[in-house]
Design a protein around this ligand. Structure first.
Ligand code: SF4
Length: 415
């Protein structure tokens, strides 16, 4: 019955997305089992992927695994397992669900892909604390478990403009990763391979940004909920050609929708911005509710986090430092507000939904008066929902549904 109720227009390219991701997971599995040459690096989602790719590593992203645990709702079983060894229920529920699943020796990959029994064992772990401290603690846990090196970048956070001294600092930290990566990979650093990784990531970022921006059209050809599913290649396969090819297919399909005036949400009446993390275990239910209310969540800070417009192969180190230091999550409140103001105008937004994510204060922007300030500045309503990315104990279905309904009624009154 719920299959029938999806209510948003299905995307044809999803078949290709699924085979791309399948091949990615099987490739890592073959490498981990020694059936294919190569080494595995684990990397945080906005970590130094391009440098790792230049050494030939295939990259596993624990946050992607965390999102799988959330969307399959297996997180509920695993979070308490990590809590029991001292990882607090208050910290990132990606971390606790991922660590819990490791401790139980289980993974949703095993259910989805026959023959895969576990996530691939890492040869090296690389983080960037641009997003939060949790990612370092997370990878250090695995460093101890697997007895492999953990390397990382600790950039400044909470600033307005990115200053030359920030870039110098981060460039130095990126360069400091090289000796360990040379040792683990058995390859010398090659600037041309690094430039090529940067070029590929930039191209991926450009086409990903383009498809996201197609939702500026009225009616929008796709939704935030589609974006959460289709962002997989931009996160996991950047610095390779595969996501570029995939997003060009998606782009053609969505451009055709735009040309034909096809709406992802039939009868689109309200356009909403989603600020913060998705509630992975409730993506479908939320998408259905918004569609029923003729509301389309057309843009988000979350899906836009994998647009790295600063990447430039002519200045690989500096541009990589810039791209990963200027991300939204790193910035101060005025810079974040200016960024949101722009998106609200560009996507013709009627109202902003802030997700106050209990276990991710880093991605929660409703705690220091931002919704109130933006309401005043932009003259549009906001709604703050309290929930979590993975821990559904912190989510009340009834309260959230009622609040969303009341919010859309408020938007209706303003039409
Ligand atoms: S930014 Fe939030 S969700 Fe992402 S790893 Fe850090 S605490 Fe977890």
């Amino acid at each position: 019955m719920s299959e029938k109720k999806l209510l948003r227009k299905p995307i044809e390219a999803t078949k290709q997305l699924n085979s791309l991701m399948r091949e990615y997971f099987y490739r890592m599995d073959r490498i981990a089992k020694g059936e294919q040459e190569g080494k595995i690096a684990w990397c945080t989602s906005v970590g130094p992927a391009e440098l790792l790719a230049s050494f030939g590593f295939t990259i596993h992203y624990p946050e992607n695994h965390g999102a799988m645990l959330g969307s399959t709702r297996l997180a509920q079983e695993y979070i308490p397992v990590a809590n029991a060894i001292g990882y607090s229920p208050e910290i990132c529920s990606y971390l606790t669900s991922d660590v819990g699943s490791y401790l139980k020796g289980e993974t949703p990959l095993a259910k989805a892909y026959e023959g895969i029994r576990s996530v691939p064992r890492p040869d090296v772990l690389a983080y960037n604390t641009n997003q939060c401290r949790d990612v370092r603690e997370w990878l250090e846990f695995y460093g101890r478990e697997f007895g492999v090196p953990v390397v990382g970048i600790n950039p400044p956070r909470g600033f307005g403009e990115v200053m030359p001294q920030h870039i110098d600092d981060v460039v130095r930290q990126i360069k400091d990763l090289i000796p360990t990566l040379e040792e683990v990979s058995g390859q010398k650093f090659d600037i041309d391979k690094f430039r090529e990784s940067i070029r590929l990531s930039r191209e991926c970022s450009d086409v990903w940004g383009h498809v996201l921006n197609l939702a500026q059209k009225v009616p929008a050809p796709w939704t935030f909920f589609d974006g959460c599913i289709h962002m997989g290649p931009a996160v996991c396969l950047r610095a390779t050609q595969e996501p570029i090819d995939y997003y060009n297919v998606l782009k053609a399909e969505l451009e055709q929708r735009v040309a034909d005036g096809v709406a992802a949400v039939e009868g689109e009446r309200f356009r909403i911005f989603w600020e913060g993390m998705p509630v992975w275990g409730k993506l479908r239910a939320m998408s259905e509710q918004f569609s029923e209310l003729k509301a389309n969540v057309v843009a988000s800070t979350y899906c836009s986090s994998w647009i790295f417009s600063a990447l430039d192969e002519r200045q690989p180190f500096e541009s990589m430092a810039q791209a990963y230091t200027e991300i939204f999550i790193c910035r101060n409140e005025p810079t974040k507000e200016a960024y949101l103001e722009n998106l609200v105008r560009e996507f013709q937004i009627d109202g902003i939904l802030f997700h106050d994510t209990k276990t991710c204060p880093n991605n929660s922007n409703a705690r220091y008066g931002m919704p109130q300030r933006l309401e005043q500045k932009l003259g549009i309503p906001t709604l703050t929902i309290t929930a979590d990315l993975n821990d559904l104990r912190m989510y009340s279905e009834e309260t959230t549904r009622t609040n969303i309904e009341a919010f859309v009624e408020q938007l209706e009154e303003r039409k």
